[in-house]
Design a protein around this ligand. Structure first.
Ligand SMILES: [Zn+2]
Length: 427
């Protein structure tokens, strides 16, 4: 049995469904990959019309064209047979196939050809099995074999998950991501894959050669702004998400950030350094927005996610940290300032890319859970407000940073505001 795969663009499938008893097909094929794509279809002897594979950059777009193939309208029994023959990796004699074709029969002569068949009644005839209304066959002078095919759906996006995932709720939701480095980039990819409607990415930095070992951007993009790299990747991968790329600095452009916060439902901060994190904590509180802060601590030994909520009984980032110190822990914030990636001097790189991506993806999960919980999805209630993730945990750290075991996640509750805090006290 052939392991050929045939791709059928939605426009080609529709033209076949709308046609009469038979028609002609042109397809492009790659013998190396053993895959072909239908690119033109006719109704009977009418002119053959193009039905190009999408997107235009598809690898088969530049492959060889092969004309002289056929499609036929057939009874549903033949599609049941196609479905069964694929399971048992079998074929059928040419005469058996030919007897199902009422019109337009083309003999394979000395060669062979690709045939598609269409059967409109297959779903009503066999509702218990998922048999496609379009099937593919390889026709030789003696036998006919079923061929695997992939018919493009009209919508191949996130809508396919509607009914299983709150697609509509997330489609009308916006998140600001501050920091488009290794953590922020992974968070942006994950947020888009969850089906978020709009992402605003904020980072003035460019992708440099030394970033490649950890960033999701590849060498083609070196020299571009990181926000533009992510926007380009996501427009290819997740076209359901609208991405705004802003090469702004969260401290220098704080006025712009204030305005942006009014347009989003939540801010995710994956920026390096104490100051950007404090600015996000302060501005989000004043804008009455939830904030999720993600970073790595202890030279990449730990990941950390903090959710800040603009509520009277919840403290800001500074209040959370001061409460930790009072409980006997270190304040890990100052070490963040010495981090790689800021300014022109660089500490040797510590955390490995996938550990940073893991923290970014968890920050995206926390953000989406926060948004969905607010929209009435109780299964998205978070396990805690402050997560410490063991990446390469070292012994001897004071609680709560003494997590044991790689991939362990410890969740802690939030701390209340401290009296006189300039962020937490009402303005
Ligand atoms: Zn505070």
């Amino acid at each position: 049995m052939t392991d050929l795969l045939v791709l059928v663009p939605n426009s080609a499938a529709q033209r076949i469904r709308d046609g009469g008893q038979w028609g002609q097909i042109t397809y492009k094929a790659s013998d190396t990959d053993n895959v072909g794509a239908v690119i033109a279809v006719s109704h009977g002897n009418d002119p053959i019309l193009p039905a190009a594979i999408q997107p235009k950059t598809h690898f088969l777009s530049s492959a060889d064209s092969r004309a002289g193939h056929r499609w036929y309208r057939v009874p549903p029994e033949l599609h049941l047979l196609w479905w069964h023959l694929r399971k048992i990796r079998g074929g059928l004699k040419l005469d058996g196939f030919k007897s199902s074709i009422d019109a337009g029969w083309m003999s394979p002569g000395g060669g062979s050809y690709l045939a598609l068949t269409v059967s409109a009644d297959v779903h009503t005839s066999y509702p218990e099995v998922d048999i496609p209304d379009i099937a593919a066959w390889y026709v030789t002078p003696t036998a006919v074999e079923p061929v695997d095919l992939d018919v493009q759906a009209p919508d191949q996006g996130i809508q396919q998950l509607a009914g299983h995932w709150p697609v509509a709720d997330l489609a009308m939701t916006s998140v600001l991501v501050v920091g488009a480095g290794s953590i922020g980039g992974a968070a942006a990819h994950a947020l888009a894959t969850y089906g978020l409607g709009r992402l605003i990415l904020l980072d003035p930095d460019r992708l440099l050669g030394r970033n490649l070992v950890r960033h999701l951007g590849d060498a083609r993009y070196v020299g571009q702004r990181k926000v533009d790299v992510l926007k380009r990747q996501l427009s290819d991968l997740r076209p359901d998400t609208t991405v705004e790329a802003l090469p702004l600095d969260v401290i220098g452009d704080a006025d712009r950030v204030r305005a942006l916060l009014r347009r989003v439902h939540l801010v995710l901060c994956a920026a390096d350094g104490v100051a950007p994190r404090r600015v996000v904590s302060h501005l989000a509180r004043r804008a009455n927005r939830d904030a999720v802060l993600a970073c790595v601590l202890e030279d990449g030994g730990l990941g950390e996610i903090i959710r800040l909520r603009p509520w009277l009984d919840r403290g800001c980032l500074v209040c959370q940290r001061e409460a930790l110190v009072e409980d006997g822990a270190i304040d890990p914030e100052p070490a963040l300032d010495a981090d790689y990636g800021t300014g022109t001097t660089h500490r040797p790189m510590t955390a490995v890319g996938s550990d940073l991506h893991l923290v970014g993806q968890l920050a995206a999960k926390v953000s989406v859970a926060t948004l969905l919980e607010r929209r009435g999805h109780p299964d998205q209630t978070l396990a805690g407000e402050h997560g410490v993730i063991g990446l390469r945990p070292q012994p001897g750290l004071a609680p709560p940073f003494d997590v044991e075991g790689s991939a362990a996640i410890r969740w802690l509750p939030a701390k209340p505001p401290r009296p006189g805090c300039p962020t937490c006290e009402p303005a």
